[in-house]
Design a protein around this ligand. Structure first.
Ligand code: B12
Ligand code: SF4
Length: 437
């Protein structure tokens, strides 16, 4: 039995609450526990010796780290300054490991990286560590041996999501999280599917599909499996608040949704929210959502200029369609959350103003606003690097506190940093919206 430290690097700011639960680590933890290992979660904020003391006090046999791009700089400094002292294998997975495996595996102190899905790979890695064996032949894992990088095959993903154990929530501080604002707004989180059919140029999904040879387009859990998980979670934590479905797009499969909504209403009966795509909303789908108890739908709008949305972002929806679907949602008394990004490549002030205008016309209940960040592995990142507008390694120096920052990661041709910051801080006010995050 190994003691495995699961590591999540989080900002110190209030948004840290928002990061309480992590699906990836919860799934990985669950398979490790089923395999007879012990896991403990360590949330680490910038440079705190106290966090490291807790970590080393656990005497872990290995560190399994979840990594997004915004967490890279903190990861690298913790690794170099502290974790190497533990002298244990360090494995890294998550979106940044999937998009930049070569760079990560080359780092001193990193033993291996996981590219793409990791439940099975994590378990086999743990078994090999326990037996003192090398990591050859483990799908999705690249590792270092004697200074040489060994690249095992990638592209493995679980075809049958019901075969996975339910994610392990016990390693998260649910009692504390229950008291905070994020849980009240976002609820207990679940995933009923993996994958997306669209190919937006700022999103990881096209890369995941490439890695998985399109096998991972959309996989869905059975309704029975999802309901059983929700029942066990609400019972275990005596929870009767809201439920959130974090699936990339919850509304892709109409027959599934219709049946799910009926079953959810019958056996769970809690209010829920979900992510949807404007293209996958019609009267039938919205009625199913409503019947199931859905009170809020999150839709990605991203910007107000439809030519930019289509050409630059490859999100092919028109403003007319957006407003029609919004009206339909409102007719069904659905609350609406929209995501917008500002500071898109070459975005002019006039275009940014169009985003504000569209947001005003939508009048959502809540706006999730970000300054556009070009994540490695996305085609927009590649274009910006190729055009010389972005330093390929920009993320090496960004702060983990910058998840929701008002600064652009690259040199913006049209908007000064002051302008961008002004619009970030005043977007919702200018759009006359009261809710913002
Ligand atoms: C749900 C979700 C959220 C949720 C919960 C996030 C969480 N940490 O759990 C919320 C709403 C809080 C959220 C917030 C944000 N998110 Co988000 N989110 C997602 C989403 C839609 C699904 C992630 C998920 O849970 N997948 C299911 C799990 C099971 O799969 P997984 O994450 O791929 O993990 C597997 C492997 O990576 C691997 N693995 C992971 N860790 C490890 C470790 C080891 C040792 C091993 C062996 C394997 C392994 O095994 C896991 C299981 O198979 C993804 C898009 C996507 N489809 O991936 C974006 C995504 C992760 N989010 C993203 C971003 C940018 C954000 C925000 C910064 C929002 C913003 N302002 O822009 C914040 C930051 C929060 C944070 N750091 O977590 C980006 C990250 C891009 C990047 N390169 O870093 C993504 C990829 C979307 C995108 N733009 O493409 N997000
Ligand atoms: S629709 Fe959403 S999840 Fe799908 S590719 Fe576009 S941004 Fe990513």
């Amino acid at each position: 039995m190994l003691r495995i430290a699961l590591v999540n690097l989080i900002p110190k700011t209030d948004t840290a609450n928002y990061l309480g639960f992590n699906h990836a680590l919860a799934y990985v933890s669950s398979v490790l526990k089923n395999g007879g290992h012990q896991t403990r979660l360590f949330t680490i904020s910038s440079g705190l010796e106290r966090d490291f003391d807790r970590l080393s006090g656990y005497r872990p046999n290995a560190l399994f780290v979840y990594l997004t791009t915004n967490q890279y700089a903190l990861f690298e400094s913790e690794l170099r300054a502290r974790w190497v002292r533990l002298n244990v294998p360090v494995f890294v997975g998550g979106p940044h490991a999937t998009s930049c495996p070569d760079e990560l595996v080359a780092l001193e102190g990193v033993t291996g990286v996981c590219i793409g899905e990791g439940e099975n790979s994590a378990l086999i890695v743990a078994q090999r560590i326990e037996r003192g064996e090398a990591f050859e032949g483990i799908a999705n894992i690249w590792f270092k041996r004697g200074g040489r990088v060994i690249r095992n095959d990638t592209g493995y993903c679980e075809a049958d999501l019901d075969a996975l154990p339910f994610p392990d929530r016990d390693c998260f501080p649910y009692k504390e999280m229950l008291g905070n604002r994020a849980i009240r707004l976002m609820g207990f989180e679940f995933l009923t599917s993996r994958g997306c059919v669209y190919a937006c140029r700022y999103c990881i999904n096209p890369l995941l599909r490439r890695i998985n040879n399109s096998k991972a387009r959309i996989r869905r859990r059975s309704i029975e499996n999802v309901i059983r998980e929700i029942q066990s979670v609400t019972k275990r934590y005596d929870y009767s608040g809201i439920v959130g479905f974090h699936d990339d797009i919850f509304t892709l499969d109409e027959p599934w949704l219709e049946q799910f909504a009926r079953e959810f209403r019958r056996s769970i009966g809690l209010p829920f929210w979900c992510n949807a795509h404007i293209n996958n909303l019609d009267e039938a789908i919205i009625s199913s959502l409503r019947r199931g108890g859905c009170f809020r739908v999150h839709v990605g709008i991203e910007c107000g200029n439809e030519e930019v949305r289509s050409r630059l972002l490859n999100k092919r929806i028109s403003n007319r369609e957006i407003l029609e679907k919004v009206a339909m949602l409102k007719k069904h008394r659905m609350k609406i959350v929209t995501t917008f990004m500002i500071g898109l490549p070459d975005e002019s002030e006039a275009e940014l103003r169009q985003s504000i205008d569209l947001c005003r016309a939508i009048a959502p209940d809540w706006v999730l606003l970000s300054v556009f960040c070009p994540y490695p592995g996305t085609s927009l990142y590649e274009t910006l690097v190729a055009e010389g507008k972005l330093d390929a390694g920009f993320y090496r120096s960004i702060s983990t506190e910058s998840f929701y920052s008002d600064k652009a990661a690259y040199s913006h041709n049209q908007l000064s940093p002051e302008k961008l910051s002004y619009y970030f801080n005043n977007f919702t006010k200018l759009a006359s919206i009261t809710g913002k995050s």
